[in-house]
Design a protein around this ligand. Structure first.
Ligand code: AMP
Ligand code: ZN
Length: 131
C-alpha cells in the first residue's frame, strides 16, 4: 500500500522511516477506526478539534488532495462520500459539518498522506486568518 516514502515517525520513542497513516491503514499503528473499505479508512482524530473529528484516509498513499484528485478521482469521490457517511453515522448530517483538506505549512499540515478532516457536532468557529 505504501507508494512513496512518508518521512520519519517517532513511535514509542523510536524514530523509524514510514508514514503514520500508511501504518494506521495497515493496522500496524493503532487507530480508532470508524470505517474501513478496500480504498478508504476513517479514524477518529487523536487530537479532536470538535466534538466529532474524523479523518478519512485513502488506503493508497497520495501526498495531498491534488495528487489524489489527479491520480484517482474515483477514490477522491469515495473519500468525500465516506466523509458524509461518517457525518450521518455521527448524527450531524443535518446539523452541519465541515470537510477540510490542509495543504502546506500555512494550513498547519502535519501528516503528508492525503486525508479529509470531518468536523462537527457543535458550532464551528470561522476559519481563515488567526484572530
Ligand atoms: P493535518 O494537520 O491536516 O496534516 O492533520 C493531521 C491530523 O492527524 C491532526 O489533526 C492530528 O491530530 C491527527 N493525528 C496525528 N496522529 C494521529 C493518530 N495516531 N491517530 C489519529 N489521528 C492522528
Ligand atoms: Zn502514507
Amino acid at each position: 500500500m505504501v507508494r512513496g516514502w512518508g518521512g520519519w515517525l517517532t513511535i514509542l520513542g523510536m524514530t523509524v522511516a514510514g508514514c503514520l497513516f500508511c501504518g494506521i491503514v495497515a493496522g500496524e499503528i493503532p487507530g480508532d477506526v470508524v470505517h474501513r473499505s478496500e480504498r478508504v479508512v476513517a479514524v477518529r482524530d487523536i487530537n479532536p478539534q470538535a466534538k466529532t473529528h474524523v479523518l478519512v484516509i485513502p488506503t493508497v498513499h497520495y501526498e495531498d488532495a491534488l495528487e489524489l484528485a489527479t491520480s484517482d478521482p474515483a477514490v477522491l469521490a469515495e473519500v468525500i462520500e465516506v466523509g458524509a457517511a461518517v457525518a450521518r453515522a455521527a448524527g450531524i448530517f443535518e446539523s452541519g459539518y465541515r470537510l477540510v483538506f490542509n495543504t502546506g505549512p500555512d494550513a498547519g499540515r502535519t501528516v503528508f498522506h492525503a486525508h479529509l478532516h470531518v468536523l462537527g457536532g457543535e458550532q464551528l468557529g470561522l476559519f481563515g486568518r488567526v484572530s
